[in-house]
Design a protein around this ligand. Structure first.
Ligand code: DHB
Ligand code: FE
Length: 288
């Protein structure tokens, strides 16, 4: 039986990727953000998950406005990141876990979701930056990838409830997988930010703190705002919190579903974003 050992939630600002490439982790601007990863590194070294199931949004690298799936699940043996114009030069390939991917796809379709299944897929900074943050270094990543893309870009976007339910179905699928992989689920993006228009630079500390406060003990509190409410509250890209909601749903859908918060970090701003990192231990592992 596969188990979910925990959940990792982090912003995916491309500038973080450039800071990693330039070794700026101790620079005064970056240090408060990177310091939030010390407990994450410690935990990952201890848990050594085999697979990361990552809920993220593609920003135009693999999917563009001409054909934008609401949900897409990778089922490739390998994924790669390409130059998106942000100037981040990540070289390491991402090894896939296609058997687990297909099991997840089968189970979520049986649960009446309609994802696009992708046997070929590029992953953008929303996967690459979190992977580099979690597993710094130059060797191959020790953890394989199942990418799950949620449309947070082209309206209409899915509702928070729909993302929560998708996440729960993915969590149940992982729990029913016959393999012995240890899985970490990840939600990337957020917190509040808006990159364009009159409200460019918009940050909402109150809403961010509400999300951080409720993520572990009462994640369904985050479902009280609909998608357009979240755009209003958190900015047009702050709606990336949908990826966090889905990942938290996966923890809820698997095993006992209860979690313990091991670390939480919030720092404003990184680039135009209220940056946050949260680490939740899944209770099946706490009790193991
Ligand atoms: C920024 C944040 C994002 O989530 C993103 O996808 C691109 C840029 C930023 O704050 O610069
Ligand atoms: Fe983003």
């Amino acid at each position: 039986m596969s188990t979910i050992c925990g959940g990792l939630f982090t912003s995916h600002v491309p500038g973080i990727g450039k800071a990693i490439a330039q070794n700026l982790q101790q620079d005064p601007y970056w240090k408060p953000f990177f310091d939030g990863f010390a407990p994450v590194h410690q935990w990952l070294a201890q848990e050594q998950p085999d697979v990361a199931v990552v809920f993220y949004n593609d920003h135009g690298l693999n999917f563009f406005l001409d054909a934008m799936p609401t949900f897409a699940i990778g089922a490739a043996a390998q994924y790669r990141h390409e130059d998106e114009g942000w100037g981040i030069a990540f070289q390491r390939p991402f090894e896939g876990a296609p058997n687990l991917s297909w099991h997840i796809i089968e189970q979520v379709v049986a649960a009446e979701f309609d994802p696009v299944s992708c046997q070929s897929m590029m992953v953008d900074h929303a996967v690459a930056v979190p992977f580099e943050l979690c597993w710094p270094g130059s060797d191959a990543f020790p953890t394989r990838l199942v990418p799950i893309a949620i449309n947070t870009v082209q309206h209409p976007l899915p509702s928070p409830k729909r993302c929560w339910d998708l996440g729960r179905a993915v969590g149940r699928a992982i729990a029913s997988w016959g393999g012995d992989e240890k899985v970490v689920v990840m939600g990337t993006g957020g917190l509040s930010h808006q990159l364009e228009g009159e409200r460019a630079g918009h940050i909402n500390v109150d809403y961010d703190k509400f999300c951080l406060r409720n993520l572990a003990p009462d994640p369904q509190a985050l479902l009280q705002h609909d998608t357009l409410d979240i755009v209003e509250l958190a900015g047009s890209q702050g709606v990336e919190i949908l990826n966090w909601i889905a990942a938290r749903g996966a923890l809820n859908g698997s095993g006992t579903g209860s979690v313990k918060e091991l670390a939480s970090n919030y720092h404003v701003p990184i680039s135009n974003t209220a940056a946050a990192t949260v680490l939740l231990q899944h209770s099946d592992r706490v009790n193991a």
